[in-house]
Write a protein that binds this ligand. Sequence first.
Ligand code: UT7
Length: 329
Amino acid sequence: MKRPIAAVIGTGRGIPLTVMTNHDFAAIGIETSHEWIVERSGIVERHIAQDGETTCSMAATAARAAMEKASVQAGQLDAIILSTATADRLLPSTAVDLQAELGASRAAAFDIGAACSGWLYAMTVAEGMIATGVAETILVVGSEKMSSIIDWKDRATCVLFGDGAGAVILQRAKTGKGILSSFMRSDGQLANLLYRPAGGAAIPMSAQVLEERTHLVKMAGREVFKHAVRSMSEAADRALDIARLTGADIDLMIPHQANVRIIEATAKHSSIPMDKVYVNVDRFGNTSSASIPIAIDEAMEKGVIREGSTVLMVAFGAGFTWASMIIRF
Ligand code: UT7
C-alpha cells in the first residue's frame, strides 16, 4: 500500500432548505406515485434550490463549513477545484465565482466536468497537484443544481434528482491517513444514453431547442442502470486491488447515491454488508457529483466515519464516467 500523499482535513455541505417529497409531484402535474419512486429508486424526498440559491452559493456554504473544520483560511487555499454538471454560467467557471465569494485570492480555480463521477475525478486531480508540489492545500467541491437542467415534464427523470453541495479540504498528508488508491475510467461511445442534446456550442440555444426541450437531461434509465452496476463494481474492485485491500478491510462504503438498487448490487459485488454502506439517497435523491462529499460530511458528523476509518467511494455517471477512491480518515 502506498504512503498517502494527500489527506482530508475538513468536510462540509451546503443543502437548500426546501424539501420536495414524492407526494409533491402531483401538484405539478406529474403522473407518478410515492410507491413507484420508492420501489424503483429508494428516493423519498430531495432538496430543491430556490431563486437566489445557485451552484456557487451552495458550494460556498459547503466550503466555509469545510474550511472552518480544517482551520484553514481562504487565503491559504492554493487551488479550488469544483466539479459540476450545472455551472451557473458557461463562462467563466463556477470555481472562479466561488473563489471571489470566499476571497481565496491566492488560489487557482477551475471546474471539472465528469458528471456524477466528477468529485472523485476532482479529488484525483487535486491529489496529483499535491504530489507534484503544485499545491499544498486544495478545496475540492461537488455542487449541483440539478433542478435547473432536468425536464420537469418528464416523469422518468424529474423524480430522481436533487440539489446540494459537499466539500473537503485536501492537504499534504503528514501521517498515515489520506488517499490510499484511486481509479478513473470513461467511455464516450455511450455518451448519448445520458445527456443534454442541445444548448451547448454544437447546437446552441434557440427557440426550437426550447420548444423541443432538448437542452434538458435525457436518460435511457434501464441501460444506464445496467452500466452503472457493472462499472461501479469494476471501480470498487480496482480501488481495492490498487490499495491491496479486500472488502473485509473496508469500514464504510460510500457509493454515488443514484438508486438504492444500484447501491445494493455494488455492495454485494464487493462483499460489503449493507450495514457498512452509507445511504442517504432516500433524503437527497441523486445530487450528481455532490452526492459523495455530502455523504462523507454527514457520516463524519454522525460518527459513522471515525479516526482511522477506511472508506471506499465509488461513482458512475454521464459520459459514461466511473471512478473510485479509498481514503483512510
Ligand atoms: O447518476 C447516475 C446516472 N443515473 C442512474 O444511475 C439512474 C439509472 N437508472 C435507474 O435508476 C432506473 O432505471 C430508473 C429508476 C430510472 C427507472 O427504473 P426501472 O426499473 O429501470 O424502470 P423503467 O425505466 O424500466 O420503467 C418502468 C415503467 C415504465 O412503464 P412501462 O413501459 O413498463 O409501462 C415507465 O413508463 O415505469 C414507468 N415510469 C414511471 N411510472 C411512475 C417511469 N417513470 C415513472 C414514474 N412514475 N416517475
